[in-house]
Design a protein around this ligand. Structure first.
Ligand SMILES: Cc1cc2nc3c(=O)[nH]c(=O)nc-3n(C[C@H](O)[C@H](O)[C@H](O)COP(=O)(O)O)c2cc1C
Length: 415
């Protein structure tokens, strides 16, 4: 620890002011208070040591610049000593953290650092190529990123690149998608209607759904190698990973059921034609292609529009979908027409849940969003609240039947 702290001491600071302060937190009760009262990331409970890095707030820009130099020094020294480290922004609501740790008013928290011996070593995440980020003398060309919810504004390769980078922000195989338990039950019921030899899951990514599929051979299609690796870690059974590059690496008529669950919303519509015709090619003659998506013309569509009004059309601001790239509910007429274009012989439609079950999960996200002062979103661990309980109960009153105004649409296309 001394070596790590000394490396911070030797970092450059604006005007050599060295106005940083480091609080070493080892006490478990304190860490629990930070997570429950300030909404800090639960990762701090996993690390034996957390360091809150503070700087004088007289000049915020200089504070961030100087403290970041100190932080990077500490991360490098920790790594050289075989100690795992994490630069953590999700330390929770700053006012609350300052209160809990007795941090004086004139300081602000730049970040936390977590330290501990790693349980496992992972290959380093890919880096952007130097040509993409370095300019000579003048700013030259630059491929502007989009962060829109609307998949129309992306290309398949920009979604691929985004996912390949973003999935390495966390531990491989962590469940990231927000899918309600009622939606999962629906998918299980759909898949149990008929017997299949195998299943091709279209764009599995965080792989969380695959554990709910019936016991059969699963081919898992992804857009890239990092996302494919992520899926492999997420699934507690053997799967056959495949990568899609305008081509599904499978023989003609080798699949009895292809399924795409809440993933078409993330794919640019200009990629549908090629994707659907590839799916048709690999399906057996009596094979089926099932698409499950959330409808734009439903209460869910309205909620999605409200989210965009509150957080702008920027996936990073709502924090809900940013892991996967774009996400926008779809119009079933558009999908049906693309399926017909790809020559699927018949398409049937069912709609479920007038009240979108996802409201339950969104409420949990908002609770955490407010506790953490807008710093983090987390929904998997339910916070107890009377309103939350009520929402949960109302949603669960809904039965799983086909209804005109349902928010979740299931299309079944026959070859
Ligand atoms: C300013 C900053 C804030 C970060 N905040 C978080 C965080 O809140 N939670 C987290 O899990 N990782 C956080 N990270 C870690 C990044 O996800 C990580 O550096 C990135 O995925 C690259 O991985 P690598 O550092 O192992 O090369 C943060 C990193 C930086 C630089």
């Amino acid at each position: 620890m001394n070596l790590i702290l000394e490396s911070a001491q030797w970092a450059p600071s604006a005007c050599n002011q060295q106005l940083w302060q480091f609080i070493i937190i080892k006490d478990n009760d304190l860490k629990i208070r930070l997570t429950t009262e300030a909404g800090a990331s639960k990762l701090i409970l996993k690390a034996p040591i957390a360091i809150a890095v503070c700087y004088h707030s007289g000049n915020i820009k200089e504070g961030i610049q100087s403290a970041s130099a100190a932080i990077e020094n500490m991360l490098l020294v920790a790594t050289s000593l075989g100690i795992g480290s994490l630069y953590l922004n999700s330390f929770g609501k700053e006012i609350k953290v300052k209160q809990i740790l007795n941090i004086p008013d004139e300081l602000f928290i730049v970040a936390f650092i977590l330290l501990g011996y790693p349980e496992k070593q992972l290959p380093p995440p890919k880096r952007r190529a130097l040509e993409e980020i370095v300019h000579q003398n003048y700013f030259s060309k630059y491929s502007k990123e989009t962060f829109s919810h609307d998949a129309n504004k992306w290309t398949l390769s920009s979604v691929r690149d985004f996912q390949e980078r973003y999935c390495r922000k966390t531990d491989l195989g962590t469940r990231m998608d927000i899918v309600n338990e009622m939606e999962i039950k629906l998918i299980q019921n759909i898949l149990s209607r008929e017997k299949y030899d195998n299943i091709l899951d279209i764009f599995s990514y965080d792989g969380s759904l695959l554990n709910n599929y019936p016991d059969m051979k699963i081919f898992s299609l992804n857009l890239g190698s990092e996302t494919s690796l992520f899926t492999t870690y997420a699934v507690n059974r053997k799967i056959e990973p495949l990568i899609y590059d305008d081509f599904i690496p499978l023989k003609d008529k080798s699949i009895s059921n292809a399924i795409c669950v809440f993933k078409l919303e993330r794919i640019p519509p200009q990629a549908y034609d090629k994707l659907f015709s590839e799916i048709k090619r690999v399906l057996e003659d009596d094979g089926r292609f099932i698409i499950v998506f959330r409808s734009r013309n439903s209460l869910y569509g309205l909620i999605h529009r409200l989210i965009k009004i509150k957080f702008d059309d920027d996936i990073r601001k709502s924090g809900i979908y940013s892991f996967f790239g774009p996400y926008s509910p779809l119009k079933s007429a558009d999908i049906i027409s693309s399926l017909k274009q790809a020559d699927f012989s018949s398409v049937s439609q069912e709609r479920f849940f007038v009240i979108p079950p996802l409201i339950d999960d969104f409420y949990q996200l908002f609770l955490h969003y407010f506790t953490s002062g807008g710093g983090a979103f987390y929904h998997r661990e339910k916070r107890k609240s009377i309103v939350g309980n009520l929402i949960h109960k109302i949603i669960r009153l809904q039965k799983e039947y086909n209804t005109k105004f349902g928010s979740v649409i299931v299309l079944t296309a026959k070859k």
